[in-house]
Structures are given as structure tokens and as C-alpha cells.
Ligand binder design. Sequence first.
Ligand code: OXD
Ligand code: MN
Length: 606
Amino acid sequence: MSLTKNPNVNKWVDEMIALTKPEKVVWIDGSKEQLDALTEEVCSLPDDSHDKMYKLNPDLLPGCLYHRTQPNDVARVEDRTFICCRNKEDAGPTNNWCDPQEMYAKLTPLYDGVMKGRTMYVIPYSMGPIGSPLAKVGVELTDSIYVVLNMNIMTRMGKAAFENLGDTSNDFVRGLHSKADVDPNNRYIVHFPEDNTIWSINSAYGGNVLLGKKCFALRIASYQGKMEGWMAEHMLILGVKKPNGEVTYITAAFPSACGKTNLAMLIPPEGYRSKGYEIFTVGDDIAWMKQGADGRLYAINPENGFFGVAPGTNEKSNYNALASTKKNTIFTNVALNNADNTVWWEGLDKNPPVDATEWKGAKVNGVEFTAQVGPDGKKQKLAHPNSRFTAPAENCPCISPEFNNPNGVPISAIIFGGRRAKTTPLVYQSFDWAHGTFIGSAVSSETTAAATGAVGVLRHDPMAMKPFCGYHMADYWAHWLEMGQKLGDKAPKIFNVNWFKQDAEGNFIWPGFGDNMRVLDWIISRCEGTVDAVETPIGYLPKKEDLNLEGIEDEVTPAILDELLTVDTDLWKEEVADLRTFYKDFGDRLPAELTAQLDALEKRLG
Ligand code: OXD
Ligand code: MN
């Protein structure tokens, strides 16, 4: 029975029922009884069911579940992701486009009767704290219990979301998902920004099917932000508490699997901790930002959990993320340790379980398995490189006391970054907002396993939004420039970082992880106006003596520090040439301001 009187919701759900023809319809109220019953149902499926979930060790991982997706369905599929707006030009060169009517006509037969014999779950959810003026409501229809249980962690799911929507509003995002046959040839992740609608079919992998996340909170929301005067960004949000108790909030945009979760949950080095510095996590992936009454930019995290990359997460690299996964977490495509019914992944520790189940479901001797070379010439992996944990934000030991603040937190600094072996120094500050927008537009990074396709290839990923901007990227840059105008001298300062610089042998030369606190420290001092900087052609760099290297002097020697802070003019000239080619793709929609910024950079480089 419907959980809302809202006729817009009910009419649309009825239409989708008529299309997909489920045997049964269940409205998700979000109650514990309902979720427990769904958990029992999905865990009692036979082992050969692709929907099957497993309960993990109730003492070591209470409330935790395990799932394996099909091997062809393990990452976001950017080549099958579409933005369907009426004018092709409005989607821009970074998106796949199709005419909306054509796409509806193409997909309707795929959805016709697709839920026959299955149950449709109607999931009301809020992106953002219930009652927040920055929050928005979505409804996802799905035939997957796995999706329901994940949405329960990632969003504020259930009846309360409808209370937020009210009985008459039409301002909700309509998401239709069916795993169908998980057929990769008919997999589509499709957005209709002008209809507030998302259709996803033939996948059961997180980023393709948890429609509140990438599809709504980034692709649809970026378009809404443009229309309504706010910003939806692929950014973590963190607070740095200083010994005097003041908290400075910072957002950072890095491409997928470049360490947003690690930075968001960083534990400061001993030298900072002992003085009373602390980091608080507000979000690890997405920020919605709007100008507040005082003129400053405020951010909320629209999500309610972390959909984090498991491999590489350990006590040392991210203690807080690991701690977040110790209860009520869903693990996907990691390996099982059958001896104690717990989970394992590469980089958790150095001891793969002997009695293991690898991510595709084969029982193996984990020690022998990981010592062998696979068909790709690399050591075999027990967990998929893009295996994930879905963990409730409330589990995180350093979750911010402001996490549920409906008004969000005021942002002092915005950081861009990517994986760059050369060219980009450890940190630099933009001259102003427009120059910062230029720096964001110029982000490139080596690709990771978060999306299907080759890994380690350098690609442009402006503002880390290449796969997530729901409209023409050049219009998005224009929107950034407009926001800067609106914010004026209250605008956050903009920085760029690169934790991934390498020496000639390919070794990372900056220790990263907790030591990134040292860079945050400099950034905060710049925001407060308490340290000077070196003006270079690309922006302001730290004076060497202003980076606190106490305790890592052996690792970061003066020669390495030089290397970290060099601006290699020849490499930057190559960067300018490459950007000029990249900008050509955006034609006459490219804001003149960005061309002017590029010209000015070229001139400064001499
Ligand atoms: C993610 C991604 O899952 O960016 O957050 O791919
Ligand atoms: Mn992401």
C-alpha cells in the first residue's frame, strides 16, 4: 500500500508498475522489522542465486552482509551512461547523449514486463538530512533487495522522506532500476535531467544502481544546481579542529579512487595530535553547496554512508574507514575468510586467508592463489580491485558533530587534485576564484578501477566531474564562475594538491595519508592569512620553511622537498599546449574567462 498521498508519486509509481508488471509491490517504510525480514529473505536464497547475500560472523562483524556481483558487473560503465536532454549541445562533449524520446522508446521494451514474477520495492529517500533546506527527495523503484539494503545505508531511507516531500510537491527524482538479466549488452544508465528521471537497467553494481549517489546527487543535482543557483560536486568535506577549538571546513575534489575517503578520515601525525588537532569527517564523496545568509558557501553531505573502495584500506592507511566497517556494513566483491566467516582484501594485511573464497566465488587456498600469476601477467587477487564496503556514516569514529546539521558547514577552502606522476607540485594556491576555476577545469588524473576500461591512463577529469556532470561541461565552468561572482570576497580559497608525485624509479616521494595533514595546515594558514607564499607562474607555492616536516625529515629530505615544490616550466608549457587542445572540444561555450586564464598562464611561463 502506498505510503504517501502525493498524487505525483502515486501516479508515476502506477505507471511504472504497469510498465514493469511486478508480481508484488512493497513500499519501503524503513522500519527495522521490514529490513530484517528482507535480510532474512535475501540470505536464504540458494547459493547459486545471483541475488544471494550472506551473513558474516555475528561476533566479529555484527549486522554485516556479503555479496558478489556477476563478474561482468563490477564497476561504473561510463560508455553506457547517457545524459538525455532535448538539445544535443546541452549535454556537451564529455557526455554520451541521446534524444530523450528516442531513449524512452528504446528502453521501454526492455522494461516492459521485466519485473514479472518479481517484487518491486518502492524506496523513498532523502539526499541530505531530513528537513534540511539543502536536501532533496528521490524515489527509487527496484527489483533488488541488495539495492534496498544498500540504499538504507547510503541515504535517509523510508517514510520520513515522504514527510519531507509533502502531499503536493512534484520536486522528487524518479529512479527506475531493474537488474533485468544483468546483460552487459543491454546495460543502460540513463539520465533525463529535464524530467528529474533516471532509468538504470541490467546492472546490480553500486554506482550504477544506488540511484541516489552518482546518478541523482551528482548528474541530476549538478543540473538542478545550475538551474537553482547552487553546486553539486564530487567532493569530500572535512573539518580541521585546531587546539583553540576552532574548526575550519574544507572540501576536496579528487577523481574516483584517488583517496577522498582517506583524506576525509585522516588521523593527524603525532606532532599534531599531541597539540590537540583533530579531523572530523562530514562526507567522503559528494558535497552539495549553497550560499548561506551570511554570504559564505555552506556544504552538506547528501549521503548517509560511505561506499568505499576496500583494497588498500587497513589500520594504517585509514583506521577510521576500517572501523566504520565493523558493523552493519555490506561488503561487495571482497574475498571471504572461510575459517571465521569474515572478509579480506588486498592491502588489509599481508596474510591472505588459507581457506578463502575469491570474489568470483571459487574456494581457493588464498596463500597459493595470490602467489600465482594470472592471465594478465599480474599476481592474482582474491578481492576485485573495485570491491567495496557500504558502511553507515554513524559508525565512523571521527564523524563530524555537524554531520546532520541541516544548514551544513561553512567552507573556507576548496582543493582539487589527481594522480600525477610529474608536473604538478605537492600543493599550490590559485590567485583567485576565477584562476581556481581554471585550475579545476585543468585537472587530469591517471584512471583507476572505479570505472570499466584501462587503468593508469592519464585523462582530463575537470573538477573530478568528467563522469558525473549532468550537462555541458563548459556551462558548468560558467556556473562556477558565476558562483564566484556571487560569493565575492566570502568565496572559499582554491588550492590544488598532488599526493602522487614520483621519482625517476616510480616511487611516490610524498608519504601521503596522515602526513597530508601538513598540507592542510598550510592551506588553513593561507586561509587565515598567517603565512606568506612564493608567487610562481602557476600560483602561490609554500615557502619551504612553512611546510611542517617535523618527524618526517628523514623521508622528505631537502632534495625531495625541492622536487615536491618545483614548477618545471617545460612540463608546464606542455600542459598549456595540451589544455589548449582539450579546450577546443568545448567550442564557443567555453567561457572567455578560461581562455584568458590559459593565455595568462602561458604568458607567465614565458
Ligand atoms: C565512487 C566513484 O564510487 O567515484 O565514488 O566511482
Ligand atoms: Mn566518487
